[in-house]
Design a protein around this ligand. Sequence first.
Ligand code: PEP
Ligand code: MG
Length: 883
Amino acid sequence: AKWVYAFGDGKAEGKSQMRDLLGGKGANLAEMCNLGLPVPPGFTITTEVCTYYYDHGKSYPPELKDQIAAALAQIGTLTGRKFGDATNPLLVSVRSGARASMPGMMDTVLNLGLNDETVLALAKEAEDERFAFDSYRRFITMYSNVVLGVEHHAFEEALEQYKEAKGFELDTELSAADWKTLIQTYKKIVRDEYGSDFPQVADDQLWGAISAVFNSWMIPRAKKYRELNNIPESWGTAVNVQAMVFGNMGDTSATGVAFTRNPSTGEKALYGEFLINAQGEDVVAGIRTPQNITEKARIEAESDKPSMEKAMPESFAELTRIYGILESHYRDMQDMEFTIEKGKLWMLQTRNGKRTAKAALRIAVDLAGEGLISREEAIGRVEPGALDQLLHPTIDPKADRKVIASGLPASPGAATGEIVFSSEDAEAHRKAERKCILVRIETSPEDIHGMHAAEGILTTRGGMTSHAAVVARGMGKPCVSGVGSIRIDYKAQTLTVGGNTLKAGDKITIDGSTGQVIQGEVKMLEPELSGDFATLMEWADAFRGMKVRANADTPTDARTARNFGAEGIGLCRTEHMFFEGDRIIAVREMILADDAEGRRAALAKILPYQRQDFLELFTIMSGLPVTIRLLDPPLHEFLPHTDAEVAEVVKATGVSEEKIRHRMRELSEHNPMLGFRGCRLAIAFPEIAEMQARAIFEAAVQAAADTGSPVTPEVMVPLVFTRAEFDIVKARIDAMAKAVAEEKGATLDYQVGTMIELPRAALKAGEIAETAEFFSFGTNDLTQTALGISRDDAATFLGPYTQKGILPADPFITIDQEGVGELVRIGVERGRKTRPNIKLGICGEHGGDPASIGFCQEVGLDYVSCSPYRVPIARLAAAQAAL
Ligand code: PEP
Ligand code: MG
């Protein structure tokens, strides 16, 4: 079998389509070679080797050794060197590369092949002894850390002690002789900590590094990342071995990362950072502050360090040329890593760059405008869930803000929260439902969970490509990085800036779009929905088949929904209106009444409120469909809870406290979700449904008269499981419609339909559709009842279900397609069979979940209905589902 794929000198055995086998990095290195770009020669060990490795007790396929030896020999031929040779050594880098990029999760070893002998050859060749020994000590620390498991700080302490003893401040002050001395110390550290000598044989070093990459596939932080990003363990990682090129061979050498477009804003311009006389890890580690690539970016950043455009014009021109080739080849924004060795530019990596939602929108719209991609592709390029970032508030530019520091605008959006200094504290805050900002000197992959838990991230070190910045952008969280003026004291749990000290728990606001750090809370603004957002949404709407409605209970919800492009209301939960203002008192009076008479009297007080509510909804929705659901929740939800509330009801109703308490006991249920709720209320207390129907119809007549456009209300009955229930309630509604039409002398156009939210309703959909004019799948209750999992109590035990893979996702977030989905399919089929033109929608939480929206398209629903803030997400997801 073939386990190794070589590349170099303008050809490659692999190509970009072989991502599954070669990993993202390997596939793209091969592709860049095929495009004739300057890539240091190398080879990729396939992901199948990783799988083999774990299937065979961490051993390798027998053919692998010879295949690697042959590939190494080929690199040797291309570079005129030999791996392990004392006089003309080939040095290599070893990097991991999974199918999906896993930033910072896997490890890299550079300068592999150096030992006590080859370091001398390197010194001679580079005519720079200092460079050679610096490289060797870097190799020893990196290799010992990644492969041998020796802690980094052991070396760092030795270096600090040495510098102190010599009176040095910077690493650059160390001479070749200094590094030689330190290398002896480093080797001793390895001997002490690891238990044997640092490996001197190049082959041993290589196999050690390869195994380390494969082993790192299973380390906890890699597992955690996969879990958070739904990456299957079975994919495995590839290993890339490549001839070294050095960015630290003096002032004509450099290393950097560049995006073909700005990953924060999407602006079309080469964007990135580089460091002269440095090796790759120096840029990412954020130890030295990198320089800008373009002159324009340098001026904007007010940096006094020269840009690459000025300092290395030829390499800059070459990079610009390559950027054009890569963008038109991949037809997407690229994130490139490069190294310049003595004036010659080498490409080390390219991949589709991670970007903010704002940048994703702009890039998709621009690429379509440039003719590189079609509109359909542009729609597919933006992940619907990512729009969430754009739909959230930003800081009001007119608000007073006490800016205490500034850093890099690493990931846009603004966030306020209490200061926490560790990921553990961030998680604790999240559990206690308190918002926090994670404040760290820098972040590492161990902080992923804390970054998830926090509203935003602030670091005092590191650039736009630091771990914090890259990961925050991926998560869509605001991040300000490299705020050098802030001093953090983890022990004291304080941060200090310009004489001002803040403690853990104090509130700060960060603005990831400007880089500002602000003391306290600041006024926020609603998001801007014009420009690229509007353009892409317009394109999406043109491709979409399903309609998108909103679940809106109040005029505010309805207006937000309209702003976001909702095409009607798919669910108005009328119970939410019962809590508005002081009407809850009348509602309580109604519930506590002894008989229908008493209830009617109280309902008469509620009627004008309800009518006004519906009038406003109809007016805001001006002619768009509005589905209003009759009262659904168990009545006891409206009862007073505290003693003060009870006293209030006593005062307002004149009913004795004893009687009220008695009625409360009467209404209490063991299983309220399966109890006296839904249409059962309308069946036992028809006057409630009658009041609501009257309010709906009177409002509809009024709205039609006010606006001149006809209103067709859709009245929806909840929690039906048989046609007989529905028919009883429908008869009351129809009678009320007739009465109102007569009273007002108007004609009324309306529909009566039902929720399908119980398994029996889905099964009996054929019969229910005989009289129901529309169905709305209530997948919250349908999930709860199909799985027998309480939607309110699931959190405590559902975690292990997804972790252990019993369920692929939380079924209350993403629809369980196999089970609940089957019920929906049955409901759709049987409903349509009886009534071919029946209107079908969904109004459970799943209506705003992109994966579930795909399912809705598949089963042929007419519309989805979701919360107002998710309407744009649903519009885009529905378009993608239709493509
Ligand atoms: C549902 O059950 O899916 C639904 C939309 O109704 P509610 O969430 O109000 O129970
Ligand atoms: Mg329900």
